[in-house]
Design a protein around this ligand. Sequence first.
Ligand code: ADP
Ligand code: MG
Length: 618
Amino acid sequence: MSQRNTGISVRNEYNKTTMGQIKVLDQNMINMIAAGEVIERPASVVKELMENSIDAGATKITVSVEDGGRRLISVSDNSSGMDSDDLAQAFDPHTTSKIKTSKDLSGISTLGFRGEALASIASIAQVKAVSKTKDSASAHCVEIDCGEQSTVQPCSGDYGTTIQVRDLFYKLPARRKFLRTANTEMGHITEQLIRLALAHSSLDMELTHNGKEVYRLSGQQDNRQRISELFPSAISEDLIETESNEKGLHISAFLCKPGTSRTSNKFQYIFLNGRFIRDKFISHAIKEAYHGILEPNRYPVVFLFLQMPCEDYDVNVHPTKIEVRFYNANLVHSQILGCLREKILGMDHQTRARLPITPDAAERPIPAATSRRSREIADAMAEFLRKHKPTHTQQHVNSMLTTHHKEPPFGHKQVTESVDHSAPPITALELKFLQIHDSFIVEQTDDGFLVIDQHALHERIIFENLRRRIQNGVLESQRLLVPETFELTESQIDVLENHPNLMKALGIEIAPFGPRTYAIQAFPVLLKRAVPAEFVQDLIDLLDSQSVESDPERLLDAVLSLAACKAAIKAGQKLSNSEIEQLLSDRKSLEFADRCPHGRPTTIKFSIEELEKQFKRT
Ligand code: ADP
Ligand code: MG
């Protein structure tokens, strides 16, 4: 074990020691070494103590921390408590009330069971524990200073348990120096609290740092309420819920739309029977579920609550129990994938523009009476104009409706009244789209406007078109008047010759044309914008980079994405009105129009409501 892990400076001693002088380590040394595995930093203490409180049936847990947990960590609960005998034993190594025989190991339903957390913590800090059971007349307390335990004494105290841990690693400078700033340590502590708070949403929880409240979570919440409280706005607004219950696995998932994705999987909270876990099968299932909807290097935000019989997995595989071993990992993988994928495919994938709220806008109060009155007036006007529609073009009515709806709340009556009701219809407004920077299309919608990435959208259109046609047979191809030739290396020739069916399905005809030279004789019509030789070269590179056992459907997806990318309208390309119209109408008939085949958004939606907020019109 490394010096950093154990915190014990053994290397120099070891060098001086000759072989054949094996000694049994004393118990405190054993505990200190064990502490190296279980207690990495203050956050580990918080986790272990809170888990003990939950196992003991607490409904309320209060955590107070000083100096990022380096000076003090105190965890109080209202659990069943410990009597004086239990208190005397709890800090001894390998003492636990949670398992009794080896049989119990195969169905662990508590968070702890190894009986080493308290002993580990007490071997590396100053600990004071006060506990009282319902039946005992008084509370009892015990103190342990780096393994030196006092006798248990009666003391005053409430029902439940309070454990205070001071000066973590104070006798182990080698470990203490690895502690980071109070802020960093506090970040780890809050993360542990968040995990437990999500896993146990019915519990009251409080966290204070240097006397200041960090979290106060009221109990009796359901999962959605808890998530919303811990992750306000951005995440909780977008949460989509789904559930499944089959073959002994109950899945309750809260999924964010792709627009809320992150650069790491830190925001994937997976809980198994109330325990936060990390699992590569589950992470893979989540990634697969978002395939094609999210860019490959982005991670979706997901909260997954799993329940299954404790006998169906082993938690005794990792000291901090963050990993488990599923006896039927394939079943877990396929059920999670199935449950999530179905919901995700049915989601609205449109990316909504999030305009920044300026402090100015947030600070300016809108008098309730004024805004209500202006809304009433706007509604009455809207109703009036709807009834008198024939006298104006629809666009003009819309523009007036919009103007009225936004009667300024700050008494700018002049502006409102200056709207000219007799103005002639504006015919230019018939056109509801516009290309900007030769790259984006702005389209007006009923409640705002869309900004569309012309390349990304066209990619998706071609991709779906290709896929549909390939599923119904081979792609229609056209003979090239002058065959295009290109050179290949031996290994590229190998790749090419290994995929004759794929080439045929794509409608690409290639024939040898000389040593290591090939000629493209026919090429798919749908890819008319692509340069044949360039496309085929890229295709061979792609096939070469895919692993041999890669799933054929996934391979076809990759090939079609490449084809779509090559054949799509590029950014910087000027489009005619009829080309734009065609794109917009294709968009309407597409199922996944809001994401390109690589998972990037094609469209960002701006709502009038957001704009009104930004212009301070509401
Ligand atoms: P484990 O949790 O693996 O059993 P610990 O060292 O964390 O081991 O705790 C040892 C024992 O101390 C527990 O099994 C439990 O009986 C008792 N205990 C610890 N914390 C509490 C608590 N907050 N309330 C009641 N009992 C507790
Ligand atoms: Mg424990």
